[in-house]
Structure formats: C-alpha cells, structure tokens
Design a protein around this ligand. Structure first.
Ligand SMILES: CC(C)(COP(=O)(O)OP(=O)(O)OC[C@H]1O[C@@H](n2cnc3c(N)ncnc32)[C@H](O)[C@@H]1OP(=O)(O)O)[C@@H](O)C(=O)NCCC(=O)NCCS
Length: 144
C-alpha cells in the first residue's frame, strides 16, 4: 500500500543522508526544519519510508507574493523513476494551494532539472554552484 503523510523533520534525516549527502560533507539538517510553518512529507510503501520532501516558508527576493521553498527532495535509489517523487511534490502543492501560497521555488540540482520541469517549474536566472554538490538553478512554479 502506498501512503503519503506528514512526518517529523527527524524522519526525513536517514533518506536525506543516504540520497542527498552520501560522501558529501554537508549537514543533513536545514535551518527551517523546525519552523512552525514548515511541513515534511514522507511516501511509504507497506510502511517503509522511501521518499521525503520538505516545504519551508522562505523568501527568494526574485519572487513576489506568498512563497514556499521545496527542500530535501529525495527518493531512495531503488525506488527512483516510479513516480513517487512526483506524487510527493504534487501532494505538497495541494497543501500549499489550500494555504493560498502563490509560488513554490527550489534550488534545483542540474541533474534533477528535468524532474522539476516535468511538473511545470521554470528556471529563473543563471546557473550557480553549491560547494561540494555542484551546479544548481533557482526554479519556481506558480500556484495561483
Ligand atoms: C530527483 C528525484 C527526487 C526524483 O524522484 P523520483 O521518485 O525518481 O521521480 P519520479 O519517478 O516521480 O519522476 C517523475 C518524472 O521525472 C523524471 N525524472 C525523475 N528524476 C529525473 C532526473 N534526475 N532527470 C530527469 N528526469 C527525471 C521521471 O523520469 C518522470 O518522468 P515521466 O513523468 O515522464 O515518467 C530522485 O531521482 C532523487 O532522489 N534523486 C537524487 C537526489 C536529488 O537529486 N534530489 C533533488 C535535489 S534538487
């Protein structure tokens, strides 16, 4: 059975470490993890968590209106390419629309650009480098 539910920040950490921080010496926690407006989602298959994503109220000056940042998007390697990342993101977008949020943005790894593009995210600005990880673009999705 597949289920998406809200989880605590701590429940995202194992997958973040495994998928986003493997051999990368950077923290697996984010400054906004415990903020009151932040929410974290997990996708479970038969009660095993296989994907996580976090949504944080965070302002990017290039974007106007009420906005959230998508962070820590990760599906376990063996479960990638099965639609779970997309389902998690769409679930978050539903929640954000109910909160009347205008835009969702993220710092997208170059290797994941097409994943976000397929959900309608657009690139703003030029590529930038995140030390120890590599090239990124800011991407945003209009929700209103
Ligand atoms: C990027 C990631 C979260 C996508 O999750 P996923 O569960 O594999 O994605 P889905 O299966 O839901 O993919 C949805 C669509 O995007 C495509 N897609 C997924 N990842 C992609 C990638 N890295 N590059 C290009 N296309 C990708 C899928 O083929 C699918 O296309 P379709 O709708 O035409 O079939 C996952 O691959 C991952 O954890 N990667 C490593 C960590 C990472 O890069 N996270 C993002 C940091 S910004």
């Amino acid at each position: 059975m597949i289920e998406i539910k809200r989880i605590k920040a701590e429940e995202t950490y194992d997958i973040r470490k495994e998928v986003l921080r493997k051999n990368i010496d950077l923290p697996h926690t984010f400054a906004g993890d415990m903020d009151k407006d932040t929410f974290h989602l997990g996708l479970f298959i038969d009660q095993k968590i296989v994907g996580v994503v976090s949504f944080m109220k965070s302002t990017n000056k290039v974007i106007k209106g009420e906005q959230y940042q998508l962070r820590g998007m990760a599906t376990l390697n063996d479960f990638q390419g099965k639609g779970y990342g997309k389902e998690l993101t769409l679930h978050g977008i539903d929640i954000l629309k109910k909160k009347q949020i205008d835009d969702l943005w993220c710092n997208a790894r170059v290797s994941a650009l097409d994943f976000y593009k397929k959900m309608g995210f657009q690139i703003i600005g030029k590529e930038f480098e995140v030390p120890k990880i590599g090239g990124h673009f800011v991407m945003f999705l209009k929700l209103s």
